[in-house]
Design a protein around this ligand. Structure first.
Ligand SMILES: [Zn+2]
Ligand SMILES: [Zn+2]
Length: 364
């Protein structure tokens, strides 16, 4: 079934550009938009919306005034770094960041007003940014800002944020660590050739504090985790928690750097997982959250794959039947990976440990 779905994209997302040698290629936003157009996805129900820039007041729902002003100043000059070296300050980054945050806020507003059921901000998902710092290519945390906006401007109490990027959703987790806002992150974790995998947090024992205890859920996965193992972890942990929590809205950071060809992460997913994850969350949103489902982009560093993976996810969420059948079939990965049973064993142990740690805190 087709539901009213918004695709959020602003031309200024292309200015989120850290330079030619940086792994984040902003062209992927435009590529995704154009691919969806070619596929014939847009119609009366499924529409593109262009957001306004977020205001400083919006940014300060999560970030300190000092940090917002520092980003603005440094980007005007266009030199130096906004964090410890991954995220350079360049001209246009501040404005592009405001456009991106504006996209996530518009998505939230369109859903809350009932104009659409679902929305996807292709330029959103900047989950590493914290109150006082950029981190890991993320300047302002639009996921956390959208959630705060939903709390403060729409009066929501129960918001679930599921983060399926290849990296831990640390900035989002720390923002809500002491509040009963459900954050679930599945990500690669642990040692690798170059030491601890970025950002180094997201172990099972980070469960939240005070009123937030039990609402921070982490599923750390070993390098090489493939579709079947990933989907077992996802389906054993995420739906039961959503069912128990009954969020008023479901937020979903949908980084696709989990893909098997991604150069930065080392997980081994294919489009099979993206269909399964997005259709499961979509159905949960209809069952428990009045259909309110807000999706954000995120990581993804093999440009040819990113637009393809997001197109598959977006069409799953919107329930669109593609006009161009042949082109649609070409979006999917062939079945590619060898399935190392030792990885499956590790993931199964993780599933057990997460359930043992988290489920009792929710009375089950
Ligand atoms: Zn729907
Ligand atoms: Zn990532």
């Amino acid at each position: 079934m087709t539901d009213k779905t918004a695709f959020l994209y602003h031309g200024d997302y292309l200015d989120y550009n850290f330079g030619p040698s940086h792994p984040l290629k902003p062209k992927r936003y435009k590529d995704t938009f154009e691919l969806l157009q070619k596929l014939g996805v847009f119609n009366e129900e499924v529409k593109h919306y262009k957001p306004d820039y977020a205001s400083e007041e919006d940014l300060m729902l999560v970030h300190s005034q000092e940090y917002v002003q520092r980003v603005k100043r440094m980007c005007e000059k266009g030199t130096g770094h906004l964090d410890y070296g991954d995220t350079p300050a360049r001209k246009g980054i501040y404005e592009a960041s405001c456009a991106k945050v504006g996209g996530s806020i518009l998505g939230a507003n369109l859903i809350m007003s009932g104009d659409v059921n679902h929305a996807f901000n292709v330029g959103g998902g900047l989950h590493h940014a914290t109150r006082n710092s950029a981190a890991g290519f993320c300047v302002f945390n639009d996921v956390a800002i959208a959630a705060r906006h939903l709390q403060k401007r729409h009066g929501l109490k129960r918001i679930a944020i599921v983060d399926v990027d290849g990296h831990h959703g640390d900035g989002t987790q720390w923002t809500f660590y002491k509040e009963p806002i459900l954050t679930i992150s599945l990500h690669r974790y642990g040692g690798g050739l170059f030491g601890r995998f970025y950002p180094g947090t997201g172990d099972i024992d980070e469960v939240g504090e005070g009123a937030g205890k039990g609402y921070s859920v982490n599923v750390p996965l070993p390098m090489g985790t493939f579709d079947e193992a990933y989907l077992e972890a996802f389906s054993e942990i995420v739906p039961p928690l959503i069912e128990k929590y009954r969020p008023e809205i479901l937020l979903n950071q949908f980084g696709v750097d989990t893909h098997y060809q991604d150069p930065l992460v080392g997980l081994s997913l294919t489009t099979k997982s993206y269909v399964e994850v997005s259709s499961t969350l979509h159905n949960l949103a209809h069952e428990f959250s009045g259909g309110r489902y807000l999706v954000f982009g995120g990581g993804g560093y093999e440009p040819a794959n990113v637009s393809r993976c997001w197109a598959v996810m977006f069409m799953t969420v919107a329930g669109v039947t593609p006009k161009n059948e042949e082109m649609y079939r070409a979006l999917f990965d062939k079945d590619v990976k060898t399935r190392d049973p030792r990885i499956f064993e590790k993931v199964r142990k993780t599933i057990k440990d997460v359930k043992k740690t988290i489920f009792p805190l929710h009375g089950s």
